[in-house]
Design a binder for this molecule. Structure first.
Ligand code: PEP
Ligand code: MN
Length: 286
């Protein structure tokens, strides 16, 4: 038995899926989570939520508490951002995923969101991992950008050690030496390794993984080919004027193209994209 025994696939005898609301994560259906890096305004988020829903995707992402390298960058709308996310949820029926950076915010954020996101920079903050697990909600653990795969799986072990098994792993790119053409290296081998080693659903984030909007759709498809159970993707109504991560945000207008690409790749992998049947029905009725 490997050191990461709670997450080990051998212990579970295969992959395990779980539900977030009415959505099954970790099944043969690829789950899309899209939205802006940060909630910037009510209008920006509601417009984006409509576009995400219209693309047939089940989850809206958006940071209200943002981990930024510089304290002088936009750090999020905090509780007001959570309230806007809740309004978008109410309006569209989309499920929400948003990041928790501090133990002090866990209870507050858990009241607003469906999935608690643990960011790359927090992966090694073990007391935070435990506090988030104790909230009892579904979670996503992003890989630290200089964490080995084993360190990532051991971080997941801290979470499952608290008795909360509803955890998604997300590969989001690791830091390397080329910062000219890509921001990070999206480690698609890690997606396969995490799937082989654990029973947990494994997602990929081609937005942070590449840092470049024009690479997002190709690498989203590549992630599905590598076995990803879902994708976390940044989009924005006006990426050029985004307050955070505009370079890697695809325009909301590109969500349809993303949906088509992922759907076709999922089918090539004998899977489907969640939402695709509904989309096909709607397109046929149109
Ligand atoms: C994000 O999803 O916006 C984010 C901050 O991601 P990461 O923690 O992977 O940098
Ligand atoms: Mn971001």
């Amino acid at each position: 038995m490997p050191e990461y025994r709670q997450v080990s696939r051998a212990r579970h005898g295969g992959a395990a899926s779980f539900r977030v609301g009415d959505i099954e994560v970790g099944s043969d259906r690829v789950v899309m989570m899209c939205g802006p890096c940060a909630v910037e305004s009510r209008q920006q988020l509601l417009d984006t939520a409509d576009a995400v829903r219209d693309a047939g995707f089940p989850f809206l992402r958006g940071g209200a508490f943002k981990p930024r390298s510089s304290p002088y960058s936009f750090r999020g709308m905090l509780q007001e951002g959570l309230e806007i996310l809740a309004e978008a949820r109410e309006r569209t029926g989309l499920l929400i995923i948003t990041e928790v950076m501090s133990e002090a915010d866990v209870d507050l954020i858990a009241r607003y969101t469906d999935v608690l996101q643990i960011g790359s920079r927090s992966m090694h903050t073990f007391r935070l991992l435990e506090a988030i697990a104790d909230a009892g909600k579904p979670m996503m653990l992003k890989r630290g950008f200089h964490a080995t795969i084993k360190e990532w799986l051991l971080a997941a072990e801290y979470i499952l050690g608290r008795g909360n098994e509803r955890l998604i792993l997300c590969e989001r790119g690791i830091r390397s030496f080329d910062s000219e053409f890509t921001r990070n290296v999206l480690d698609l081998s890690a997606v396969q390794v995490a799937k082989r080693e654990t029973h947990l659903p494994v997602f990929a984030d081609p937005s942070h993984g590449t840092g470049k909007a024009d690479l997002v759709i190709p690498m989203a498809k590549a992630s599905v080919a590598a076995g990803a159970d879902g994708l976390l993707i940044e989009c924005h109504p006006d990426p050029l004027n985004a307050l955070c991560d505009g370079d890697q945000s695809i325009p909301n207008a590109a969500l349809e193209e993303l949906a088509r690409g992922v759907e076709r790749m999922a089918q090539a992998m004998d899977r489907t994209m969640l939402g695709s049947e509904e989309r096909v029905r709607e397109l046929a009725a149109f």
